[in-house]
Ligand binder design. Structure first.
Ligand code: NDP
Length: 438
């Protein structure tokens, strides 16, 4: 019998956040019980009741106290409260020095870790808010070279993690709160108060799902509003669902949700989709089968519902020329309601670079890191020597798994060159010092 408090986790099948929350407890060597709610109505009802009406998995309980989903559990971990609740709080707050710290464990960070570990740079990967990155939230990845039948996003990430660890990379749970580049080595502070110093740093912390900021969205997040169809779609079986967005993610999510929904409405703010033809064709097939209906030139303005009963209906506006919220006073703008039971937002991402504010790393208005780019070596260099950027924190254009991997590789090679230069400088400094002593 474990000496820790009782940890219970409600899970479901195909749930990346369920795997993440289990990984979090595994990393602490804490035992837990899991209850899989997939296909078990009674267990599902029990989970919803214990979780104060939330219809999303995982749901974590410690000694019968509701902790919440992965985000809630991780937030507690960041403040050290989780360890306190588990009775494993560690008083040691010593600063650890590392040759190379990589922020983010998505494709870019893990590829950087594979290359850096093979160059003996002993990388420490800090997993960040979204361990495994965005690919852990997708289903099949069919365009990553080398997998003719496709591969699931979580499998691809797990393979990369294993590969990085095989060469000696360390991968730890932790969210960076601040990087201080005012002295060398750089100081990297985590939100749980842990501090590392690092000779080199690769920012590969990706991007997070954007939300609309409309009334009802925040209150109903987890109660029928979601940014992850693969995570939550199955909980709204046989309901009508609404997906917002016109990019690949919106198309993929709408397509995926047809497995559960009685009907999916794909709402886009203008006439033309930005998604690639492959996804537009897949969606068109579902439109012809009657599973998806496209609502163009429309925007969501409010989501109505309650924590107890979930989403009741959505309020939208439409204008024949698109972007209706910019034309609310125009007589051609009409307001209408849609009687849907769930709303999925797929409107792109914002780069996770807040922790670099205050450093010399240059970023654009949206927060994307500016790197050297161009041809030849040093393409991933930022303006700060020893700090490099890779993946979706830099790339607002291509944003593909394979391009993120490529940039991760480049960042590790650039970091290796930098670290070697540091070593050479340190050695010649030591030789000069020894010579002046003679
Ligand atoms: P994108 O930026 O490509 O698309 C975002 C969509 O959301 C756009 O259609 C945009 O409209 C719409 N949007 C943004 N803000 C708002 C708002 N405030 N209100 C209403 N609509 C809004 O993001 P994605 O996440 O779709 O894709 C990101 C990258 O990931 C892309 O490179 C894509 O190719 C890739 N991807 C690939 C997949 C695959 O192939 N399997 C799956 C998912 C993503 P507008 O068009 O008017 O700007």
């Amino acid at each position: 019998m474990s000496e820790h408090p009782r940890v219970e986790i409600y899970t479901k099948e195909d749930c990346s956040y369920c795997e993440k929350v289990k990984d979090l407890f595994d990393s602490k060597d804490v035992e837990y019980e899991t209850y899989n709610v997939t296909g078990d109505e009674d267990l599902f009802e029990e989970m919803v009741e214990r979780a104060d009406g939330r219809k999303t998995a995982p749901e974590v309980f410690i000694d019968d106290e509701l902790i919440g989903g992965f985000d809630d559990t991780q937030a507690l971990d960041e403040t050290g409260e989780l360890d306190e609740k588990l009775g494993i709080a560690d008083a040691d707050t010593g600063i650890e020095h590392r040759k190379l710290v990589i922020s983010g464990s998505g494709i870019a960070g893990l590829t950087a870790a594979i290359y850096a570990a093979r160059s003996n740079n002993e990388p420490l990967v800090l997993e960040g808010d979204e361990p495994g990155g965005q690919l852990t939230l997708t289903t099949d990845v069919e365009n990553y070279p080398g997998f003719p039948e496709g591969i699931s996003g979580p499998d691809l990430i797990n393979n990369m993690k294993e590969q990085a660890e095989r060469f000696g990379a360390e991968i730890e749970n932790g969210v960076i709160a601040d990087v201080d580049d005012s002295s060398r080595p750089y100081r990297v502070e985590l939100s749980n108060g842990d501090v590392y110093t690092a000779e080199a740093f690769i920012a590969a912390s990706g991007a997070s799902a954007r939300t609309l900021g409309v009334p009802g969205e925040d209150d109903l997040m987890g109660y029928g509003v979601s940014t992850c169809a693969t995570c939550d779609g199955a909980f709204f079986r046989d309901e009508e669902m609404l997906v917002v967005g016109g990019g690949d993610a919106a198309m993929e999510e709408a397509n995926f949700l047809t497995k559960f929904a009685s009907k999916v409405y794909l709402v886009h703010r203008r006439e033309k989709f930005r998604a690639e033809d492959y996804w537009i064709d897949r969606v068109q097939e579902k439109v012809e089968e009657g599973d998806i209906e496209i609502v163009r030139n429309a925007e969501l303005t409010e989501i109505h519902g309650s924590v107890e009963d979930g989403v009741d209906y959505a309020e939208l506006v439409r204008h024949p020329e698109g972007y209706p919220t910019d034309k609310l006073d125009d007589p051609e703008t009409e307001t209408f309601e849609m009687d849907v039971g769930a709303v999925f937002l797929a409107i792109g991402h914002t780069p996770n670079t807040d922790y670099l504010e205050g450093t010399g790393v240059e970023m654009d208005e949206a927060g994307y890191i500016q790197t050297e780019g161009g041809k030849g070596g040093g393409q991933t260099e930022t303006g700060v020597p020893g700090i490099f950027g890779a993946g979706d924190v830099v790339d607002y254009h291509y944003q593909q798994a394979v391009t993120a991997a490529g940039m991760g590789c480049k960042a590790a090679l650039d970091a290796d060159e930098y670290l070697e230069t540091l070593e050479v400088e340190a050695e010649s400094g030591a030789t000069e010092a020894a010579a002046s002593d003679d």
